[in-house]
Ligand binder design. Sequence first.
Ligand code: A5P
Length: 249
Amino acid sequence: MQEDERIGWKRSAAEAAVAAIPDGALIGLGSGSTAELMLEALAARVRAGLQVTGVPTSERTRTLASALGVRLLTFDELHDTLDMSLDGADEVTTPALDLIKGRGGALLHEKQIALASRYRIIIVDDSKLVPTLGTQTPIPVEVVPFGWQQTMKRLKALGASLRDQQNVVIALRGTSAGDAVAGSSSLHPFVTDSGNYILDCAFGPIAQPAELAAQIKALTGVIDHGLFIGMTERVYVGGADGLRTYTRG
Ligand code: A5P
């Protein structure tokens, strides 16, 4: 399948999601390539007269949305609940609409903004639909830089118990050799907008994602993770068969 074709599917899903935004809405603006297509569609509606205010989930989204003429508030300036948020995802299961997010590294701010939203909308192409979370994508875990190697050990132990001692691969985002370089002092890791590191944890398919989410969150050194469980109301999916929508009952 051509990349152009996939972009077209993401764009049609993004346009459908944006078409449903009501005038006057206060909206969370996601991050990633699909969210950027959503911003383009939103900017077109703003140019046609739609009044909305957006709260961006990343510096990159803030810069792009501002350049496109979308009125913005910072998250710190937000005193109300957001009417809705629109974002992409790396994996989606149906009908639960559970997600893995964070390949773009903005998972913490995306989760904070999702939690501050009354209605959470996700936009994907159909390659993101999976039978079980963890099938295609590692779980990104945002960790405090201080002692990240110790946090990685705790995550490895958790993954190993989950996989019944099978090999668990955990990589520090931004380094090519992942945990093989854990002792190196010359790392140039990816740094999130909050100044943290990301550990990509390939635990394999996750039978009980809510339980794993709680176990990861409980580890000292972990700030948050890319499992978004029960945090999505609607998903727009673009694909070869056209547009599909899923709504959590
Ligand atoms: C950003 O941190 C992510 O959560 C993205 O929303 C997710 O990785 C999907 O990105 P794409 O739309 O680029 O696939």
